[in-house]
Design a protein around this ligand. Structure first.
Ligand code: KG4
Ligand code: ZN
Length: 344
């Protein structure tokens, strides 16, 4: 039997994306970002929904054209149901419903967090997919958690942030440095020219495998305020060193708990996922663990790290194989726990 062709739609935050998958091969993965938020230092929900509304039809058109298929070849439509910004999710959800209805094809709802993790099973995400059970450090602008992945549809969160997400920490600290939003990739770039040991920042002490990032943001803020009083050009004069030091601190915090979890559970298959998994220092730290601790590591291809519809299409394909469809009464949900999506 030939593989179904599935269209995936992602609109949970500020990227409008559409992808076409056949089997686990991505035929197209198109995304339109929203530069409109750069000036505001963060995503403005109202502006994000409007931009999704403008982008969604051209993005889906390009995705279908790039995949070299006809819209009528689509066997099912997968969309991000949550978690995310409600107004943004509603655009993708409503569009997916209408298109599924007009094409007469099944509709498949996808949890965005599960999609970040299962992006590893896209054919060209890794040289080979992870083997169950594996640990997945899922780090994005909205989430930071260590997930024990026992199967595609059996996952357990064993540790998570008690306040800010790691990506949020990058973005908020970037704002203190007057960098554009999202600051994560900018800090990553600037860190390359800096000394990561130039400045020391504290590390939180939390139970088990949990994280905290709001304290670092506050200590950076106080430190900068103090230094700027002595030298108004302090940030500009030390920008590379500041970025390198902050990045090192965040990556060390992330790796400490991940390493502890891997050791306690006796797991050597370790993956990273989500926007922050694009970070070069985190990728290097993972490679170092592979070398020193014998981990088998999985670092997804760049285009499958930050929000993308390819990962949504991947989960939709796995659900299609299980016959897990939803009806047209399905609604978007801003809060959608990872574990909740396995209860039905
Ligand atoms: O997964 P994602 O695209 O959206 C959410 O689901 O949140 O992640 C976006 C987050 C932002 O906070 C962004 O600053 C961060 O990922 N990010 C990075 C890098 N690229 C994206 N953080 C650090 N280094 C990067 N290279
Ligand atoms: Zn995401």
């Amino acid at each position: 039997m030939s593989e179904p062709i599935i269209l995936g739609i992602e609109s949970s935050c500020d990227d409008t994306s559409a992808a076409v998958i056949c089997g686990n091969q991505i035929l197209s993965n198109i995304a339109a970002g929203q530069a409109i938020h750069n000036d505001y230092g963060g995503v403005v929900p109202e502006l994000a929904s409007r931009a999704h509304q403008q982008n969604i039809i051209p993005v889906i058109h390009s995705s279908v054209a790039k995949a070299n298929i006809h819209i009528k070849d689509i066997s099912a439509i997968g969309f991000t149901r949550g978690p995310g910004l409600l107004g943004s999710l509603l655009v993708g959800t409503s569009f997916a419903k209408s298109l599924a209805m007009s094409l007469g094809v099944p509709l498949i709802e996808v949890n965005h967090l599960q999609a970040h993790i299962l992006a590893h099973f896209i054919a060209d995400a890794n040289p080979e997919p992870p083997k169950f059970p594996f640990l997945c450090l899922t780090v994005s602008g909205g989430h930071t958690m260590i997930v024990l992945v026992k199967d595609y549809f059996d996952m357990q969160i064993i540790g998570k942030t008690t306040d800010d997400a790691a990506g949020e920490a990058f973005d908020k600290i970037g704002k203190i440095f007057d960098l554009d939003y999202p600051a994560g990739p900018i800090i990553d770039r600037l860190a390359k020219g800096g000394n990561a040991d130039a400045f020391k920042f504290n590390k939180p002490k939390l139970e088990k495998y949990d994280y905290s990032f709001s304290g670092i943001k506050t200590s950076v803020l106080y430190f900068i305020q103090k230094e700027v009083q002595k030298n108004p050009n302090f940030v500009n004069n030390n920008l590379n060193d500041l970025c390198a030091s902050i990045q090192k601190n965040i990556v060390e915090i992330l790796m400490l708990k991940l390493e502890k979890a891997a050791e306690d559970l006796g797991i050597k298959e370790v993956a990273i996922a989500g926007g922050v998994s694009a970070n070069s220092a985190l990728r290097e730290a993972m490679s170092a663990k592979a070398k020193h601790l014998g981990w088998k590591i999985y670092i997804p291809k760049f285009e499958y790290t930050t929000d993308n519809a390819a990962m949504i299409a991947m989960v939709a394909k796995l659900k299609y194989d299980r016959g897990e469809f939803c009806d047209l009464s399905v609604s978007a949900t801003a809060r959608y726990d990872l574990e909740e999506s396995f209860k039905s």
